[in-house]
Structures are given as structure tokens and as C-alpha cells.
Design a protein around this ligand. Sequence first.
Ligand code: CP
Length: 315
Amino acid sequence: MNTDLQIDSSGQLRHLITLDGLGRDRITALLDRAVALRDAFANGAQGPRLLAGRTIINLFFETSTRTRTSFELAARRLGADVVNFDIANSSTSKGESLEDTLATLEAMQADAFIVRHKENGTPARLAATARGAAILNAGDGNHAHPTQGLLDALTIRDHYPDFSGLKVTICGDIRHSRVARSDLHVLRALGVADIRLCGPASLMPASDEFPQCRAFDNLDDAIAGADVVIMLRLQRERMLEALVGDETAYFARFGLNRQRLQRAMTGALVMHPGPMNRGVEIAGDVADGPQSVILDQVANGIPMRMAVLAELLQH
Ligand code: CP
């Protein structure tokens, strides 16, 4: 997608649909803003009510634990009103189009919509028809999950301020992963040169989609010397057919266990966007172990989403 849709002629971010093409300076400014907000709200402090008087609507057509809850907490802590739109009981079930639903809710003076949908391109489609409200992509198909990419970058930066020498391994169902795509966009923008993609051939992206990354078909090789290891779950809900059979065999070859983690750099970060399937892509003791920053990723979701909301709505 070109970035014209999300950046206006004065250079202001109007929507957040993808990290592709956002650029290092804009991404760094968003990460810096997240850190400032994290500090302002630390230890239960009452931080700035930057979004007082604003109305934000969660439009989740797919399930979510982390993204929906952290967007809601971020918006409320900044003083906004939040509506969790009840899609199952809405008039979309009577055939109302998404565009008409958006226009209807905009007429109630909504300022922003957080959109998750199984179809690639739905947030961009809504951004193209919005009459002033901001659209934030909370995950569309296997296309993009930009705030997850940003919070992952923030979590890595908390440990490694300089991205340029990092070796990052992403392992699992990359083909169906919007997180992998947004992570790749943000890591490349911040200067990571050594990115390894690992998974069975059936779950790897097309060979020309990420020509700058190295592809591996076993985790023992992909993880050697890595500073950051990002594990992804099997996204069976997006597979048109069963692309992976036996989960025990999958774990033996592609699962992250303690022994395999020792092949990475000492103290390498273990990451997972969630939801996790313990014993399928990651061992429980690694997920809960000293190198895991999985719950730090969750915690960083709130200030990161505060920063994005403030950026889009404070003008
Ligand atoms: N990482 C992520 O998007 O999690 P949820 O599906 O729970 O929002």
C-alpha cells in the first residue's frame, strides 16, 4: 500500500494502516512519545488527559485479547470515551455495509476507529471513505498489524538502543502472519540488516516477498548467534487447508526449547506477540523464563497505543 492514504499533504499522520514506508524518523518519534507516556503514567500516576472529549470506537470483526484491551485502556487513560462496538448485535447482520456503518458512527461524532478484520485491506478501504475520523489498523488478514510492530520495536529498543548490529530470527507461520510483516517493516526501517525467517516451506512467504531476509528450514541454524528470537503461532484460522500435521513433530523441528535457545546469544530476547500455544511453537519454561519479554511486549502495548492515538488525534 502506498502511504499517501495515511499521511496528509502537510506530512501529518492521519490514519495508521501499515508501517511499510513510514520511515525511520517518524517511527523513532512514535517510540520516543511512547516512552514519554510510559514515564508519565508510571506507578499508577495520573498522566496527561490528551484525549479528553474525544470518542474512540473499537470495531473488532475478529477476536482479540491484547490489542482490543490495550487500545481501550490507552484511550481511557488519556481521557477519551471508548465504545466497544457490538458487531454480533449490530445492523451489519442486516446487510449494512461497512462503509455505511462507519458513516453512521461518524455521524455520532466518533473521532477514531480501531479496526480488526480478517480481510486484507479493510482498514485501508475504510480510511478511503472516512469523513474525518482516523482509522487505526488493529490487524487485517495477513497484511499488517502496525501497533504490534511498533510495540515489538519498543520492547527490543528497551534492551538494544542500536538496531544496526542486531541479528533477529522470526520463526513459525510467517506466511499467514500480519505481525511478521509489520515486524519486518519496522526492523528494516530501524536498520536491522540480519533478519532470518524460519519455518516449514508450507508456512514461508513467497521467496520474492522479503528478498533482504535469509530463509531457513530449521530453527537450530536460524537461531545461531541471534540477539532476538520472535516466535509465531500456527494461524490455522487463516490456512485454507491443513498445512502442518503433527504438532509434536512441528515442535521437535521448529519449537523453541531451552536447549535450542542456548544456540542464540547469551541473554537473547525471547518474544511472542501472543496468543501462545505452549508446546507447539514455544516450551512453557522458555515462555516463562528469564529471557522472555513476552509480558513486557503486552505492557508496552498501552503506551505505544497511547502514542499512536495522541499522534493521530492531537491536532
Ligand atoms: N498480538 C495480538 O494481536 O493479540 P490479540 O489477538 O489477543 O489482540
